[in-house]
Design a protein around this ligand. Structure first.
Ligand code: FE2
Ligand code: FE2
Length: 271
């Protein structure tokens, strides 16, 4: 299975770039599954259902979220109507929506996508390791699902590395999100799981993690609440990675970063 994962989409410039590029990427890279993190798609804070629908129409299969999941309050009441939008699985029981979804591809193959959130330097949620292990316990990679993608939305690199190792051999891809900065450590772990500490963001990198520089810098310089943060609006870079898996095992065969447009040096998968 050929899988594309794109990191946090930030604001209009990020989502416009994703929507413009996805149909061509799906065709040229012969993608079977596209997963994007949408927690900042709505003006930097949260996700609206109409933006989600635009992302699905452009070729997204599943949208994951994170600590900004509920910034758009309307999504709280709507997430239950759209199983392809998932929020971190380790929110407390009773939280609207689901933390995982099994999607069927047009050719009948199935993929499980899971979203969990880390706890280091973040809100105190339930144990993400236990949450993901419980979900994976209900599926068998290579038997009941052909691929498993886990988005670990977390601040700490250490927590993401640990998640990669815990799931090595049980997931096709474990990828971090939330820091909005792509890491250069993409690799296939010894057990066959593709791993990258952070996918980076789809947004304007001439910014402070996607938000306008002046207001963001002023907060650091003055340590006072200032003007509201607004997404930067320059040309966005797409950032993420592509993985090709073996359907018989669900494990990764090849992995390569994808970055295009905007301020980042471009790189495209060559397989
Ligand atoms: Fe984010
Ligand atoms: Fe986040």
């Amino acid at each position: 299975m050929r899988i594309l994962f794109l990191g946090d989409i930030v604001g209009r410039t990020g989502r416009d770039a994703v929507i413009a590029a996805l149909p061509g990427l799906r065709r040229d890279l012969r993608l079977d599954l596209v997963v994007v993190n949408g927690e900042n798609a709505s003006h930097g804070f949260g996700l609206s259902l109409s933006i989600a629908q635009d992302l699905f129409a452009a070729g997204t299969d599943v949208i994951t979220l994170g600590n900004h999941a509920w910034d758009r309050k309307d999504l709280v009441g709507q997430i239950g109507t759209e199983p392809r939008i998932i929020r971190p699985a380790n929110y407390p029981p009773g939280t609207p929506g689901q933390g995982s979804v099994v999607v069927g591809l047009v050719d009948g193959r199935k993929a499980l996508v899971v979203n969990v959130m880390g706890r280091q330097f973040m809100d105190a949620l339930d144990d993400p390791f236990r949450a993901v292990t419980d979900i994976l316990g209900r599926h068998r990679l290579g038997v009941t699902v052909h691929a498993v993608v886990v988005d670990i939305h977390a601040e700490a690199s250490s927590e993401k590395w640990a998640m990669g190792h815990v799931l090595d051999g049980r997931a096709s891809l474990v990828v971090g999100t939330h820091t909005h900065t792509p890491t250069a450590d993409h690799r296939i772990l010894p057990g066959g799981t593709a791993y990258q500490t952070d996918a980076g963001m789809c947004g304007d990198y001439d910014s402070v993690i996607g938000m306008g520089k002046d207001a963001a810098i002023a907060r650091f310089l003055r340590r006072m609440p200032g003007e509201r943060l607004q997404p930067a609006e320059g040309e966005a870079s797409l950032a993420g990675m592509m993985v090709e898996t073996d359907d018989a095992t669900g494990l990764a065969r090849r992995m390569a970063p994808l970055r295009m447009g905007g301020h980042l040096a471009p790189t495209m998968p060559d397989f």
